[in-house]
Design a protein around this ligand. Structure first.
Ligand code: ZN
Ligand code: ZN
Ligand code: ZN
Length: 434
């Protein structure tokens, strides 16, 4: 079995296999970096990023056959063997034309199958955990999810069977549920989705709402850095989800997607819930029933917004939805309440789409006031918000406010991404411009 210096696999009581450090690590120190077993660029990013190394730049070279995939150069297209992956899609895209529409998870599964066929020996990305050892939780999958996986299996047969000999239905369902709970989203510096990857040695890391490490990407590789000082024997823990929300919401989400309940310090004593659910100060205190009704309303609003976000194309209607619910919730909730912050974040996103920087800034400035208090130290949610604000200020020629926001983002990114990450070099250039 392979190994990574300073780390070891162990069995954690109640959680199963886990990862811990065997030597001390300081905040910001790299525990390890690992290439992806396989990865796929999101269709939305096509034309902006190289399909192979994810570099974002202008003037990418187009695949001469399908004219749909883009690369830095011939080296990324052919020299690095991306053809083995791209050929799964290239001729099918030509044949199906605009009817070619596999889900991202089907595209990733096709790549895993192609990789498994060619790689008999251990892959560089699976030093501690083999791809086949990744948990699937297939026995926990409910009907709704099973139907989704069935649709993905159908998509796999429809769009990929020409180049792949597909395993039987049961094995495919297992593979889809493995990827559903272990697929890792690759995001850019503002947390926009760029693609999905599988990292067996990251899949080994368990969850905590007060994580000891953070995973970032350099191209398509994953890097794991300490965000707390760690001593030998400490478990390596990341957050699987956005930890902004109250304990019950976090654990509902963890159960739905990953089939467990968190027992971290914050979840056990629900210590942050009061702050997260902050209510308005009034001379006569607000009745608990009024608060719990408003929490129900907030959860319903969040679900509804999520459902219509991608279907409604009238942005002003989306913004109106946000404003209405902020008004409704604002009668009971303080502006620091996480449900208020959630809706403000959505509203900010809509403003950015509408190319209304002032509107986006108004929401962003309110959000950032509370974010750094609610998130754990060195959170990418906080650094990405500072980046968005910095870029908005710079665009509005409010240079000093922009530089100040960029510096706050950098202080977090130096720990999370490492001082030599190209995001930081790029940011220095952005600060020097204009
Ligand atoms: Zn490239
Ligand atoms: Zn092509
Ligand atoms: Zn927790």
């Amino acid at each position: 079995m392979g190994s990574i210096a300073g780390l070891e696999r162990f069995d954690s009581p109640g959680k199963g296999r886990a990862l811990r450090v065997t030597r001390p690590f300081k905040v910001g120190e790299l525990l390890y970096s690992t290439p992806a077993y396989t990865f796929v660029l999101s269709l939305n990013e096509r034309g902006f990023n190289c399909e192979f190394c994810f570099t974002r730049k202008e003037k990418l070279a187009r695949c001469g056959k399908c004219k749909k995939a883009f690369y830095c150069n011939v080296k990324c297209q052919v020299g690095c063997k991306d053809w083995a992956m791209h050929k799964l899609e290239c001729s099918a895209m030509i044949a199906f034309k605009e009817n070619w529409c596999p889900s991202e998870i089907s595209r990733l599964v096709a790549r895993i199958l192609a990789k498994k066929k060619t790689k008999k020996e251990r892959c560089a990305s699976e030093k501690i955990l083999r791809i086949d050892e990744i948990q699937s939780h297939v026995e926990d999958v409910d009907n709704e999810k099973r139907e989704m996986h069935e649709a993905d299996v159908f998509g796999l047969h429809r769009f990929f069977s020409k180049h792949l000999k597909l395993p039987d239905h049961k094995d495919l369902l297992t593979l889809f549920s493995q990827v559903a709970c272990n697929g890792f989203t690759i995001e850019d510096d503002e947390l926009s989705n760029m693609g999905t990857a599988i990292y067996p040695d990251v899949a080994l890391i368990n969850h905590s709402c007060c994580p000891s490490v953070i995973v970032t990407n350099k191209g398509t590789s994953a890097e794991v850095r300490a965000v707390q000082n760690m001593k030998p024997g400490d478990e390596v823990l990341i957050s699987y989800i956005d930890v902004l929300y109250p304990t019950d919401d976090l654990n509902n989400r963890l159960r739905e997607t990953y089939y467990f309940t968190c027992d971290c310090r914050d979840c056990k004593n629900k210590s942050k819930d009061k702050e997260k659910l902050k209510v308005r100060k009034r001379s006569d205190p607000i009745e608990p029933e009024v608060i719990s009704n408003m929490v129900r309303y907030a959860r319903k609003t969040i679900r509804e917004f999520r459902a219509v976000k991608h279907t409604k194309n009238i942005l002003s209607e989306l913004l109106e939805m946000c404003e209405q619910s902020l008004e409704e919730m604002g009668a009971v909730f303080d502006e620091a309440n996480v449900y208020m912050l959630h809706v403000m974040y959505q509203a900010m996103g809509v403003c950015l789409y509408m190319e209304d920087p002032e509107g986006a800034l108004t929401y962003g400035e309110k959000i950032i006031k509370h974010y750094s208090k609610l998130y754990p130290p060195f959170s990418l949610n906080v650094s990405s918000m500072y980046l968005k604000l910095g870029r908005l200020y710079m665009g509005l020629e409010r240079r000093s406010a922009g530089v100040s926001a960029f510096k706050k983002a950098m202080a977090i990114m130096e720990v999370a991404h490492g001082k030599d990450h190209f995001y930081l070099t790029e940011l220095c250039k952005e600060m020097a411009q204009k």
